[in-house]
Design a protein around this ligand. Structure first.
Ligand SMILES: CC(C)(COP(=O)(O)OP(=O)(O)OC[C@H]1O[C@@H](n2cnc3c(N)ncnc32)[C@H](O)[C@@H]1OP(=O)(O)O)[C@@H](O)C(=O)NCCC(=O)NCCS
Length: 151
């Protein structure tokens, strides 16, 4: 099966992206307004993964000078485990490097072993933990950091 194609997220993708966001993040899903606000910022880079015209993944990064922050990353449940999350993350980090970033951070739920495994395998290390950061649910946030190098 061909791999999903990665391309910049456009405003007309937001309906599909928001539907995925709700599927993946439930009560903590970003609102459509939050996505619109993100796209309006000049220092954001957002990508989607598209499979035969259907958006099956998305992610975004913020770049401020040398610092990048992975804002979000998600792959439709039915399309997980095919390498799309890793490809999206690598493309986002590549975009951050292209925009001048040399290091990056992100937050991930302490109970999200799959995402943490992905991040660790891409060079991220845990640097802090924020107790009860995710509400509802009282779930801690793990803060991870990586040094970025041109790929
Ligand atoms: C995290 C997520 C984006 C990974 O996307 P994916 O396309 O399934 O990931 P990939 O197939 O590229 O796998 C990359 C790595 O992630 C890790 N991983 C993925 N699924 C995993 C699982 N079920 N258990 C443990 N590790 C897992 C592995 O390290 C894997 O590398 P490997 O295949 O060499 O073992 C996806 O699971 C997802 O959208 N989850 C829900 C939303 C979410 O948690 N987003 C991150 C918020 S910080």
């Amino acid at each position: 099966m061909p791999e999903p194609v990665l391309r910049p997220l456009r405003w007309w993708d937001l309906e599909a992206v928001h539907a995925l966001e709700q599927e993946l993040f439930g009560a903590t899903a970003w609102s459509p307004e939050t996505f619109w606000g993100e796209l309006a910022q000049p220092n954001r880079r957002y990508l989607v993964a598209e499979d035969d015209g259907v958006v099956v993944g998305y992610g975004g990064v913020m770049v401020t000078g040398a610092d990048a922050d992975v804002q979000t990353l998600g792959v439709a449940a039915a399309g997980q485990g095919r390498g799309t999350g890793r490809r999206l993350l690598q493309a986002l980090l590549g975009a951050a490097v292209g925009a001048g970033a040399t290091r990056t951070v992100l937050e991930v739920r302490a109970d999200n072993a799959a995402a943490q495994a992905l991040y660790r395998s891409e060079g991220f290390d845990q640097i802090a933990r924020r107790p009860r950061y995710y509400q509802p649910g009282d779930v801690d946030a793990v803060i991870m950091r990586a040094t970025l190098r041109p790929r």
